[in-house]
Design a protein around this ligand. Structure first.
Ligand code: CMC
Length: 429
């Protein structure tokens, strides 16, 4: 294996950098001793070249456009598995046997209710609060309800937390939706599968029967599989960093929800639909693209580009195919926003600006079109992402706290502020 070291050419001091090799992917150079031995930090804002941990949950090959969950390609899982089976896989590392899946599924179904006092918490929000704001607040508050089972070192407590979090996040999300529309909250129906239950909690009303459309439930299930995990993305890294302090895990997940909300991350699905609305018609695509390329006032082609993928995001390919089927089912084959999105993609993929920078559609480019076809309003798109990604957050948190080598995450800085100076009394400033 190649040897690496860091040499101070002035003093001749040399620090050997141990090499860590994973199952796949580039080697990691362990720079942990550099400061102790040479008194210098390594510098990598944005973490372009920095690994923060070992992880066995997901793997991305950005050049090949490949995403694996526990070794299984995401496209195989999207075609053949279910979200609940994928959640089991991500949490436990292996695909379940039939009885294991049944037990897991039963446990998730039995934990769907939320404490009645949480209804009052929802009532305290402004009716028009963004649902992500409500999600952050309510998930953070779960620490106040389930403090009994948060001994992070107890595997049984970790399991109960994981099941509660995955089971309750759809109920909380649906309640945020109902709060927005001023409709009564709808209780979970545990005979329904995960996505059907979410749909009925969002769209049922007490005054009439509601029948879940299996095509809608399946469409959500596939989207949730594709969003379930994405290794050390910004929100997962946030959950890990917060969790590394030993805090209550619900609080760590709340911090992940806050990070997901940003338009550079999970908020992009909402931003894509707003962008398509703003562009309006196919004729406006070219002038819009000019603005993007001229970097006018920070205009970006939302749903394009990715820190890791320098090729087609494999999730985007699956979602685009899926989009056509869903739109057809709902009689929206000629959806103008789908046409607009396809035209934007066509132009971008032929354009040197995008080619040179290896910018391709990401998972968020087409997902909003499916959500919209299912009747889900634009401000609920990122909460949908949060439901799915909860599985990844919980799995990463559990992996981190059960790793005996975990230490508090504490980056360093290059200080650029004022040098040491004496305090000046007010009359001498
Ligand atoms: N539109 C136009 N130009 C772009 C875009 C875009 N969407 N993305 C990157 N660029 C340009 C950028 O201006 C820069 O150009 P230059 O080299 O001339 O300065 C170059 O490409 C590299 O961009 P960067 O910002 O350094 O790349 P990054 O790895 O730091 O950012 C990103 C990745 C996803 C934040 C960025 O591509 C972006 O803002 N995309 C739009 C938002 C989006 O769709 N986010 C969802 C990501 S996937 C789901 C998720 O993570 O939740």
């Amino acid at each position: 294996m190649a040897q690496y070291s860091l040499l101070n050419e002035e003093t001749g001091e040399k620090t050997e950098l141990p090499v860590k090799a994973g199952t796949r992917g580039p080697l990691g150079l362990d720079v942990g001793k550099v400061y102790a031995q040479q008194g210098v930090f390594t510098y990598d804002p944005g973490f372009t070249s920095t690994c923060s941990c070992d992880s066995s949950i997901a793997y991305i090959d950005g050049d090949a456009g490949m995403l694996l969950y526990r070794g299984y390609p995401v496209d195989q899982l999207a075609k053949q598995s279910s979200f609940i089976e994928v959640a089991y896989l991500i949490l436990n590392g292996e695909l379940p046997q039939k009885d294991e899946l049944e037990t897991f599924d039963r446990s998730i179904r039995r934990h769907t209710m939320i404490n009645e006092s949480l209804k009052r918490l929802f009532e305290g929000f402004r009716y028009d609060a963004h649902p992500m704001a409500m999600l952050c607040g309510v998930v953070g508050s779960l620490s106040a309800f389930y403090h009994d089972t948060t001994n992070n070192q107890d595997p049984e407590h970790r399991k109960i937390f994981a099941h509660r979090m995955i089971a309750k996040i759809p109920t909380i999300t649906a309640a945020a939706y109902k709060r927005y529309f001023g409709q009564p909250f709808i209780y979970p129906q545990n005979h329904l599968d995960y996505c059907s239950n979410l749909l009925q909690m969002m769209f049922a009303v007490p005054s009439e029967p509601y029948h879940v459309d299996p095509v809608a439930a399946k469409a959500l299930d596939v989207l949730f599989i594709l969003h379930a995990d994405h290794e050390q993305n910004a929100s997962t890294s946030t959950v890990r960093l917060a969790g590394s302090t030993g805090c209550n895990p619900y609080a760590a997940v709340a911090s992940g929800i806050a990070a997901l909300w940003g338009p550079a991350h999970g908020g992009a699905n909402e931003a894509v639909l707003r962008m398509l609305d703003q562009i309006g018609t196919v004729e406006n695509v070219k002038p819009f693209m000019e603005k993007v390329k001229n970097k006018e006032a920070g205009v970006r082609l939302m749903g394009f580009g990715h820190r890791v993928y320098k090729n087609y995001d494999p999730r985007a390919t699956i979602i685009r195919e899926h989009c056509h089927n869903v739109l057809k089912h709902f009689g929206q084959e000629n959806d103008p926003q789908m046409e607009l999105a396809m035209e934007l993609e066509r132009i971008a993929l032929e354009d040197d600006y995008f080619k040179e920078r290896k910018l391709y559609p990401n998972v968020d480019f087409y997902s909003g079109i499916i959500y919209k076809a299912l009747g889900i309003p634009v401000n609920m798109f990122t909460p949908m992402f949060a439901i799915a990604r909860t599985v990844g957050w919980v799995a990463h948190w559990a992996e981190m706290v059960s790793d005996p080598t975990t230490r508090i995450g504490r980056p360093r800085q290059v200080y650029t502020g004022a040098d040491i100076r004496d305090y000046q009394p007010m009359d001498q400033r």
